[in-house]
Design a protein around this ligand. Structure first.
Ligand code: KG4
Ligand code: ZN
Length: 334
């Protein structure tokens, strides 16, 4: 029963990351090189700029991950890489690096779904207990996933338009707050009261899908109408009202998914899990309903390679290997 040592590589968006994980859940290193500062002045991630940055950083980041874990290529059991979803040019850098390493060191190659990775962030703190439901909310995704066991995923719902984080960023932009706007809205919301009437997109009665684009339009209209009437809108109250609307729908549907699947554990992941309103409300409801809530630390909730190495380990254990024809898939299904 030899121990497994998996190197993870993640380049799907604007973080260049590599990590080493032992036996699927022991974090040995997790190196994250963020490009946030580069993209900030554009008000969003510029795909071409992201790809170039990944090319510049990837080799050093991988070496650093091996060094910090105090292992060499020869010690590894497999290389796991994010195959999708994400920006195709950005994904390709990680996939190419993983293939090169796999070929050079004679290691099996594993392609990992980015959302599967986000869920495994929780596994790095304390082993996941199946069956479970996961809510993954980030700048690119808003998904409810059911997992009966390791490596098995069933999508219960997803956003039909904007991701939750994207909605935060777009509303922040309307309020002339810096990018990424989520943390700024969060801070501003604490100073206001949710007094403004904004919609909640429940969709069909039994749907676990989300929709946030209508909410963004409602915020824009509200500001526009007030301006035309020569009235001012309190930005803090608007932030609080907007956040409440997003949180209410996320929490309600996550709890409903847990009930429908009759599971005891709910995992929250993705950058939006940093939101204090979401954390508070979800904690309160889970306590009330007797649901075990798992929220990984923030550095594991945002994009990182440790979660990819962890998820990849369970594919490695099932020998679900990729060939050298492994390709980046921007809209990879789970
Ligand atoms: O997971 P992440 O770092 O990157 C991906 O999108 O994959 O998530 C970033 C998103 C951004 O949209 C950001 O505004 C949002 O998470 N975010 C927040 C908060 N912190 C980050 N949204 C609401 N409240 C926060 N405190
Ligand atoms: Zn992500």
């Amino acid at each position: 029963n030899e121990k497994s040592l998996v190197l993870g590589i993640e380049t799907s968006c604007d973080e260049t990351s590599a990590a080493v994980v032992q036996d699927g859940h022991i974090l040995l290193s997790n190196v994250i090189s963020s490009q946030m500062e580069v993209h900030r002045r554009f008000g969003g991630v510029v795909p071409e700029v992201a790809s170039r940055r990944h090319v510049e950083r990837i080799t050093m980041v991988i070496q650093e991950a091996l060094d910090r874990a105090e292992v060499t290529q020869e010690d590894l059991s497999a290389v796991a890489v994010t195959q999708g979803p994400g920006l195709v040019g950005a994904l390709l850098i990680g996939v190419s690096a993983a293939k090169a390493l796999s070929f050079a060191a004679g290691l099996p190659l594993v392609g990992v779904h980015h959302i599967a990775g986000h869920i495994y962030a929780g596994h790095l703190v304390k082993p996941l207990r199946f069956p479970l439901v996961a809510l993954v909310a980030s700048g690119g995704h808003t998904e409810l996933i059911y997992m009966p066991s390791h490596n098995r995923f069933e999508r219960l719902g997803r956003t039909r338009d904007d991701a939750a984080g994207e909605a935060f960023d777009k509303v922040a932009r309307v309020l002339e707050l810096p990018y990424p706007g989520g943390p700024h809205i969060d801070r501003l919301a604490k100073k206001g009261n949710p007094t403004l009437d904004l919609p909640r997109a429940w969709l069909e009665p039994d749907s676990l899908d989300f929709s946030f684009s209508g909410l963004k339009s409602a915020v824009i209209n509200l500001l526009h109408n007030a301006r035309q009437r020569g009235e001012s809108v309190d930005a803090a109250d608007l932030a609080a009202s907007f956040q409440e609307s997003v949180v209410e729908v996320l929490v309600e549907k996550a709890i409903r998914a847990v009930r429908e699947k009759d599971v005891e554990e709910l995992v929250l992941a993705g950058g939006v899990s940093a939101n204090s309103g979401l954390r508070n409300e979800l904690s309160r409801r889970c306590q009330q309903e007797g649901i075990r809530l798992r929220i990984p630390p923030l550095e594991l909730c945002t994009d990182n390679a440790a979660m990819i190495a962890s998820a990849g380990t369970y594919r490695h254990l099932e020998r679900q290997y990729a060939g050298y024809d492994l390709n980046a898939v921007p809209n990879l299904p789970l």
